[in-house]
Design a protein around this ligand. Structure first.
Ligand code: MN
Length: 215
């Protein structure tokens, strides 16, 4: 398995805040430094703390990986089940999200474009559908590009911190559309935040996940 995704999915209790591959200021002007600092150091850390507190009281699940916990949270006893759904999902989703961002302003490779064309007709159509999913989230949630076991790409939105893994889909790109991800800079203008997101996607990571899953 790709080492960076493996270190996210196969991590076990006690969970730790991952380091970013760039500085908080590096995504400016698309995402401002203060939002990045609060989002990573406060919001993401809070998901981790709550997840660790839940597992501290349930030692029999401390050896389970993050990927397993999020995928199988309905099998867990209450209240651990709801803790993993919200905070395990929060930890996993944000760990993926940071990896999907990059200050380098790359474009999808011809190979990735071809894959998007095959699934969505054109890259423009893919972007339009993803934007529509991002805007469809009421309250907090995520928009995702996913791949299934038949290597088909699809777009979905999930509420709160739910992850496509619970629906047997593997996320290869995700956008956090909770207001804490953009409110300081964009206030109520979610559309402007979504537009800015397309400037800072780490397409190399997206492609790695798609190609990895196709093997
Ligand atoms: Mn968030």
């Amino acid at each position: 398995m790709l080492s960076w995704i493996s270190s996210i999915l196969n991590a076990t209790y006690p969970f730790q805040l991952p380091q970013l591959d760039y500085d908080y200021k590096d995504l400016e002007p698309d995402i401002d430094q203060e939002t990045m600092e609060i989002h990573h150091l406060k919001h993401h850390q809070a998901y981790i703390n709550n997840l660790n507190n839940g597992l501290e009281k349930n030692p029999e699940f401390q050896t389970k990986t993050l990927g397993w916990l999020v995928k199988n949270y309905t099998q867990l006893p209450e209240p651990l089940s709801i803790i993993v759904k919200n905070h395990g999902g929060g930890h996993l989703n944000h760990s993926l999200f940071w990896k999907m961002l990059s200050p380098t302003h790359d474009a999808p490779s011809p190979k990735l474009e071809e894959h998007l064309n095959k699934s969505f007709g054109s890259v423009e159509n893919f972007v339009e559908l993803f934007n529509k999913a991002s805007l469809s989230v009421f309250g907090s949630g995520w928009a995702w590009l996913c791949i299934d076991d038949q290597q088909t790409l699809s777009i979905m939105a999930t509420p709160n911190q739910e992850n496509p893994l619970t629906k047997n889909l593997t996320p290869v790109l995700g956008l956090d559309v909770w207001e804490h991800a953009y409110y300081l800079k964009y206030q109520n203008q979610r559309t402007a935040y979504i537009d800015a997101f397309w400037n800072i996607i780490n397409w190399e990571k997206v492609e790695e996940l798609i190609l990895f899953h196709r093997k």
